[in-house]
Design a protein around this ligand. Sequence first.
Ligand code: TGC
Ligand code: FAD
Length: 410
Amino acid sequence: MPTTQTKQFTKKEDFHQASREDRFQFHDYYLVEDLLEDDHKLARAAVRDWVKSEVSPIIEDAAMRGECPTHLFRGLAEIGAFGPSLPVEYGGGGMDEIAYGVIMQELERGDSGLRSMASVQGSLVMYPIYKYANEATKRKYLPKLGSGEFIGCFGLTEPNAGSDPASMLTNIVDDGDAYILNGAKMWISNSPVADLAVVWARDEEGKIRGMVVDADSPGFSAPEIHGKWSLRASVTGELVFEDVRVPKENVFPDIKSMRGPLSCLNKARYGIAWGAIGAALDCYDSALRYSLEREQFGKPIGQFQLTQKKLAEMITEITKAQLLAWRLGTLANRGEATPAQISMAKRNNVNMALEIAREARQIHGGMGITSEYPVMRHMINLETVLTYEGTHDIHLLITGHDVTGLNGFA
Ligand code: TGC
Ligand code: FAD
């Protein structure tokens, strides 16, 4: 059985509490707020308060030290961040896709690593189990994943199969009542602290299969990847399988192609499209305040036209991204959001957030490179967000393929 209890989780006291107050103000230039329902606003307020009280005081210290604040995982479960749009009876929040989006936005306002934790647990672990596993497997894992008692990870990428996951080498071989799993996965969020992994592997017929693998299975290991300059408050590792026995009931019965893992990515990319707006808002908010408080040449720097150009472009791009996300959410609620539409929103909104983080860093001058302000942390985090869940260029090719009908990947 999974082993959360034996893992070393951090405590709030392990981290230095910031002396600076979180002064974040939400910005909503086109009153997108009017498009939200009361449930969305309630969910958003709960997450916003939690981020202010639990995340903001410690996140700079955690990122500077390169330590994942794992003690926050239970709190994430309590605020409903794990599978907000999955059914309650399967450990989810029973809310709609817009609620899921606004929750991700507030989390990423705190830190992309925190949103990543929620994306992986909800969209990449709970969702495939909910959608593809047999009933007994759902009942065994989903409630404990929803409550944060179990931590999950998602193993698709391999050392030689990143943008092209279909070239994976990890494989399973039939052995009576179980499959024998061999191979290795790379860049796996949360793998070193996970109780279980949703793993994608090729069967003897060459078909892509998905399965739940308990982390305490003999032959399973998850070494941590060290030395990241990005997502430093998130833990990333490998997954190594050496003759791991996976009971047949843990293998998703009806999934036999790349459609399985790619459908999970749609869910997570949707959440990122919303989440990135949160990081952008935090950078813009900090830059706007700094521009009004910081004086040079006897004036607030916000009075200079070049600073105003930066701020004007930032709020314009944020507003466009907010509207794009909201419209995507309405389509998702109707079950009509296409993978290509989700891909466009992920690419546009993450790129927008990264550009804003870079501009915000400039507005803060030298102070922008310190942990006194959140912008440099967001900026280096967003470098990863631009790459994972499909790189910026892969998403350009997805849109290119969609509009021309011509496959530009190979
Ligand atoms: P291709 O031949 O185009 O398609 C294979 C089959 O899959 C179907 N399909 C999809 N189904 C559902 N959703 C999608 N988004 C789908 N895209 C394709 C397709 O219709 C086909 O079905 P069928 O029935 O005909 O077999 O696939 P391909 O192998 O050529 O690859 C296409 C490509 C490059 C777009 C895809 O592989 C891709 O998206 N690559 C990027 C890899 C990626 O995003 N990896 C993410 C790993 S997980 C991660 O990063 C987690 S980060 C942590 C966090 O989220 O915070
Ligand atoms: P590559 O695929 O080698 O790409 C390198 C460059 O080549 C990119 O610029 C890319 O755009 C470009 N390129 C590739 N193919 C083409 C093409 N056909 N045309 C034009 N350009 C191309 N994966 C998981 O499975 N689970 C996780 O939990 C997870 N978490 C992650 C956490 C972090 C911190 C990071 C950094 C990654 C994580 N990933 C995870 C992996 C992530 O999804 C991959 O890094 C990503 O898909 C890109 O793969 P790659 O790094 O191998 O780059």
